[in-house]
Ligand binder design. Sequence first.
Ligand SMILES: C[S@@+](CC[C@H](N)C(=O)[O-])C[C@H]1O[C@@H](n2cnc3c(N)ncnc32)[C@H](O)[C@@H]1O
Length: 372
Amino acid sequence: MNNTLLDEIREVLQKMGFKVYKTNNDNSIIISNKQLYEYLSQFGKAWKKYVPNEIKQLSSKLLKVLFNYYIKGDGNNRLTPYGGYRTTWWTTSPRLRDDLQEICIKMGKSANFQLVKKKNETIKKIRGRVIKQEHPIWVSNLIIKSNTPSVYLHRNRRDNPNTKNREEWIDSHRGMVYCVEVPNHIVYVRRNGKAVWSGNSGTTGDVAKKLGRKCVMTDIKPVRKDIIRGDACFCYPPHNVQLVILHPPYWDIIKYSKDRNDLCNAETLEDYLRMFRKVIDNVTPFLDDGRFLALVIGDKYSKGEWIPLGFLTMNEVIKAGYILKSIIVKNMIGNERGKGIANNLWRYRALKDGFCVFKHEYVIVFQKKNVG
Ligand SMILES: C[S@@+](CC[C@H](N)C(=O)[O-])C[C@H]1O[C@@H](n2cnc3c(N)ncnc32)[C@H](O)[C@@H]1O
């Protein structure tokens, strides 16, 4: 341990009221305190270490202090070639690795980890003797950017020639599939050490429930128990309803499923609009006359062309015999990644020309004509 750090630790310990002794070799310190010994011994050897719950419950401010000191001991802050800092740490304890990942979230950041040395991996040979790694070592990195939950559209864009269309499925799984549900429908998912925020769906239904309204939710690929599996082109509610809320895929921007009846799998724009119209015609007989239909929809921008899905779908609803009541333009704050690098260009154009140009989607409200 370097001397500056040792001095800093010594000073902190002295402030806490401990008597600190220097060792002869000058690169360690000794504290004779039975209470401290007993408290620390519960955390075991290096590969069993952890952060107790009462510490993980501390405020974000105090957790930052803890984390910074942890990094001084078992990690480092390195300058990157891009002029930023990379914070990295190592541990042989899977529990400590996970605890630190949790602390990072509580600090408003996040972290991923990677196995860098496997158990029993040969590290070196000393005079013919093979030295093996006794415990696996994980390296973790602090992530300071991109910690806002958002959909990474570019991963799924079929029309983006520069990216692979990545889809993940659990085809080989034969057992039960569980669906977690948390009050705000945002869960933190970790896979192979990489953690991401992930959204549950069903938010429209939650609002209805909060308002004390009865509601039926359907989706072709539901991810919650309270959403009924059904193709909106054919399934219908058990009795008439007084409000229909439609939030269809914005054509193929996001791949929700492989189901060919999923609107996101429509081959062409014409197919998409035809399927959408089928949904409208299917639901209309079950909406009371004079009552409302709300459509939540966004446009698509692809290969240099703006595709006004909002206006096109609006037109389909009008053609189906509805009266247009309102076009609500919704600001999409917090979804900057949806616009990617174009985000600043938009802001620049808006400021330069005095326009109100912003990332948006629509909530379009219609009334079913009173035929009675
Ligand atoms: C924009 S998302 C709506 C998310 C919704 N607001 C929520 O909170 O769950 C579009 C949804 O439409 C569903 N979908 C696509 N085609 C469908 C169809 N033919 N019938 C029913 N649902 C469909 C997709 O599975 C996807 O969940």
